[in-house]
Structures are given as structure tokens and as C-alpha cells.
Write a protein that binds this ligand. Sequence first.
Ligand SMILES: [Ca+2]
Ligand SMILES: [Ca+2]
Length: 314
Amino acid sequence: MGPLLALVALSLSLPWALALGEKLPALPIPRPADHAAPAPPARPDDADADGIPDAIEDELLRRYSPTVLLSADDPSLPADIAWVRRRTGLDVEGPRLLGVIWARSGFDHDTRRGRADPKGWTMYGHAYPRADGGMNLQFWLYHPFNATPVFLFDHESDWEHVTVELDAAGTPRTLALARHADNAPGVRVPWAQVPREDDHPFVLSARGTHASYLHASEAPFWENVTDCPRDDSGVPRLEGCPVRVWRGGGPGRDSPVVNVGERSAPRMDTDSSAFFMRYGGLWGEASALPRAAPPPGPPYQRGFCVEARAGTCR
Ligand SMILES: [Ca+2]
Ligand SMILES: [Ca+2]
């Protein structure tokens, strides 16, 4: 894309995205002065300075990570940040227009397909205290492409998320499912109604758009969600069901959950967790079509710190 065309495309796509806003009310990262309460002092066991010992965050993220059921023919399987960066050159020093960074070039066909091996599907975990004394466990799920029934809404990169909300006693209260514009945090379902394996909630991922549902019957007519037969308690029977199963989490699960820390104090365990926080640009090429802008990264989306205790999610 030439520079002039790129400038026109970006100037068209950003207002559309902001106005129609599936993903792009990109809030600026708040400065410390934006919060009334001071940040808790950093402790050796709390590298992201949110007041929760990191080992507890890690354990809770592993315990409550979702089991995501993807349609077997989903055109864009999950991936991880290091893989997509190698293939696309996404970089904090990438090309910048109107102050916005974007990908140097479009994602090729193979990149859009995502990773074939579930071991390469990574969930990015964000655990933080809520203002009411509870805790939110967010699971951010990356696919390299969003394919819709109406191609006009297609875009490179897709960041989706679900949130397990713990009460002040640490007991799960709800599961919030992000879908399209309802994504901060999304549609809440009481925990007792959430089918699970151990403490891992089952989540249905819509084909191509990757919006999250508990049951296919909740999806709008234009969404394509593969469901499975259920047992008496609502747990999906996976044998023979045309889904691909994504179990993120700890030992015995397919792929890891990477705790990314907080915006002002990212966990630096991996290059990917650092990039997750630092990259403030668009996760793909800009587009002139409405709702076709690639999303910004999760830390720059309005759902990232929803209902956070002041001073802890900065
Ligand atoms: Ca912490
Ligand atoms: Ca945290």
C-alpha cells in the first residue's frame, strides 16, 4: 500500500472504528495522577505492583482458564504473539501515520490461518483487583484474522476475551463473555450456570469472529457457532463433536497462560508479555472499510481495566 493510499485508509478507518467501535475506543493509558489512590508499594512477590502476590495470580489463572471450543473449520486458528511477530514484523518501531503504528504489510494466507498445533495457542492472562474487593481474571485470546459472513467486516488480528469474576472471598461469581461491541467485560453469566471441566469453563467461539458464547442458541442469526450435545449438567460431550478444543492453562492442558502483569508494570517473563503491553499500534494493516480496522492490543481496549480498584490496573 502506497503512503498516500495508506494515509487515506487510516484517516477513514479510525473514525469508523471509533464511532462503531467493536474494539477501538482506545483509551489512553492513564497516568498515575488519574487515580485517587496511590499504587501499592512494589514487593518482591508482586512484580506488577497490583497488590496481589504474583504466584497467586498465576495459580488462579491456571485454575480458571477456559476450555474454548472452536468450530473444526474455523478459518483462523489461534496463535501466539512471538509467532505472529516473526511472520509479520509487527514492531513498536513500525510505520506510523497520524500517530498510529500499524503493520508493515498485510498478513499472508498462511499467517491468517493461525497455528495448526494447539501447543502454540497461547492465552494471555490478566489478573487484577476490583474496586469491590474481588478480582478479575481475564483471558485474552489471539487469532491472526477475523473472518465474518460479510467480508466487509473482516480484519487482520482478532483479540477476544472472557473474564472470571471472583468475589471478595475468592469464590467465582460470574463468567463474562465478550462479544462484538459488548466487551467490557461482556455478557455476565452466574458461575453456577457455567458448564465446566474442573474449574475450567467451557466457552464456544464463533466461527471466524471468535465472539464468545455459552450456548449456540445465544448467538445472533448471522453468527456461526458449533455446539455439542450436552449431558444432564450442560457439559458438552466432545467425542464426535466437530470442534477443536483449546485448553489453556497449567500442566495437562494444551498451552500456557502467560500472565502479562499490569500496564505500568508488565511481567517481563517473556518477550511476548512485554510486547503485549508495549505495542500500542494496530495489530494489522489499516483499512478504509467500516468496522474493518484491525484492533489495538488488549491494554488499549476499554475492557482491560474495567471496574479495577483505583491505582492497581495502570
Ligand atoms: Ca501482582
Ligand atoms: Ca496482575
